[in-house]
Design a protein around this ligand. Structure first.
Ligand code: HEM
Length: 172
């Protein structure tokens, strides 16, 4: 944990996460579905260019993320750039409902390299795919997340985390 759950860019990471009471439904596969109680997990190690990010003034940094730096308030939609991170990372279903994930990322750093170890959980793997496509600009819209000008993923993995019950069953 870095300060009050901040990423090393200085922005709070996790503000729009589902509340703890809602997180299991977001992160875990529903009862009756294949893999019920398990989670799809995505990890990525990101390396930041903090020097370049630090050269931006705070208002411009806020346009990169889409939230204010001090208190993590979302910029009004009419003034939030289409390439801001929260705009790119938000995905919706056909009915316009948001499709959330549950994030538990961790900042890391040495004197030479700093970044974020991204870690997230979802009941459906394709929520990750859709978010990454919107961020990378490969969703057909052609808008790339401006955060990518200041940070780069150098690893990426998908895992499936079975429920505790399923794991115990394997042991038997
Ligand atoms: C360098 C890597 C990243 C950094 C520094 C970062 C940082 C942030 C920050 C500061 C916020 C705003 C506060 C919050 O709601 O948590 C945010 C929101 C979010 N991020 Fe990231 N993030 C990164 C990568 C990713 C990736 C790879 C994904 C998904 C594949 C992602 C998904 C989201 C989502 C879903 C939100 C909430 C959007 C909303 O407001 O609905 N982020 N991130």
């Amino acid at each position: 944990m870095y300060h009050d759950s901040r990423d090393l860019t200085g922005f709070v990471d996790g503000t729009a996460n589902p509340a703890p009471s809602d997180a299991p439904a977001v992160a875990c596969i529903a009862a009756g579905e294949p893999g019920a109680g398990g989670c799809h997990v995505m990890t990525q190690r990101w390396v930041h260019d903090l020097a370049s990010f630090g050269e931006l003034g705070v208002p411009d940094q806020e346009r990169v993320i889409g939230r204010t730096k001090l208190d993590s308030v979302a910029l009004p939609s009419e003034s939030r750039p289409a390439d801001s991170h929260i705009t790119r990372a938000e995905i919706h279903d056909a009915a316009g409902e948001e499709r959330p994930i549950y994030r538990r990322s961790t900042p890391y750093g040495t004197a030479a390299e700093q970044g974020l170890f991204f870690l997230a959980f979802s009941a459906e793997r394709d929520r990750f795919d859709a978010m990454l496509a919107q961020m990378y600009g490969t969703d057909g819209g052609g808008i790339r997340d401006r955060l990518l000008d200041f940070s780069m993923p150098v690893t990426g993995s998908y895992y499936f985390a079975p429920s505790a019950e399923a794991l115990s069953g394997l042991g038997a």
